[in-house]
Design a protein around this ligand. Sequence first.
Ligand SMILES: C[S@@+](CC[C@H](N)C(=O)[O-])C[C@H]1O[C@@H](n2cnc3c(N)ncnc32)[C@H](O)[C@@H]1O
Length: 350
Amino acid sequence: MILSRIYFSANEDFLSTAADELRPHFRDAVMEPLGPDIAAFEDEGVSIATLAETIREKKLAFTRHLFRGVAEIPLDEVQDLDALGDIAIEAWQQIPLPPRVALHVWQSGEVAVPYRNDQLRRRLEAALIEIDVDVVRGGATHILSACLVPDGLILGSNGAANALSDWPGGRVSLAKPKDQISRSEFKLEEIIRTNLVELPTSGTALDLGAVPGGWTRILLNRGLQVWAVDSGALDSRLEGAPGLTYIPTLAGPFLAENTQQFDLVVNDMRMEPGLSASIMNSTARFVPAGGLAVMSLKLPPGSPLQVIDSTVATLRRNWETVALRQLFHNRHEVTAILRRRQAFDQAGPS
Ligand SMILES: C[S@@+](CC[C@H](N)C(=O)[O-])C[C@H]1O[C@@H](n2cnc3c(N)ncnc32)[C@H](O)[C@@H]1O
């Protein structure tokens, strides 16, 4: 029998926050953690398409990845790798298998099995090829999932459009570029690689909290002119970079004096989110209506959902929140994609 369970992934420090964020939209749902970064979701009549659509439409930040379960195999039945080929095929065939699928194999937490993930992947891939199903790394419209959790193996099958992410468990894996300046670069790179938003490739960007300069480096490489604002010192590799204007001061004093217009604002400042949002409102006068911004919201310990709500409310004066996402490369923060509203509101505290 096909399971009616859906599984969602989140950063392991925010799995219960992801459940709290879903709760107001699915009051009757039963949610149960099954591994450090994965939980089951069950709500009669709620399909994975409905869940994915709600997450997108309501801009829920913490759920990274979804899959629809077809079988849960207990730990004692997944010890024999050879046998798993047949078990998985039988489960996956409950839903008609297209000729071409992406195969996601991953693990959440410590699992007592005598094989590695890559061995499991090879075994499952071989079993699919045997029944003439073509297995590709990404870009397929259908995803088969196999997620090892401490209690066993969860097998899943669903359309890629409902998965929220192309990566197993939403774990976006990016290679470290050899000229990388900061680990923060992964965040901006993840936004670009996952098509969360189409950032411009020309014009002028304002980078608030730019030091040591990772985001500045990425934006310069994209073809933008960059104004990098931070009271610290930029990495020496950026010295004399064409297109770079470095302003060694804090955001507040810079904005008080500035007259330059910007096509894009990025803000990775280490700062309380409410204050950071007020600064974003002050930048809006220098950005045309419809212009984009990327902003990190550093979450204080406590109640992240309240902090996010009040930050979005502050931003609303001048910025529409297009997406909110706890990226795989975010730690205790979420990333907001913003679009400058048509009218600029100067009133009120900034
Ligand atoms: C996480 S780092 C930014 C990393 C950067 N995105 C990168 O890729 O290299 C945060 C930065 O915010 C800066 N910052 C904090 N408060 C600021 C303010 N009021 N004005 C400008 N920069 C600020 C800090 O100096 C620090 O360099």
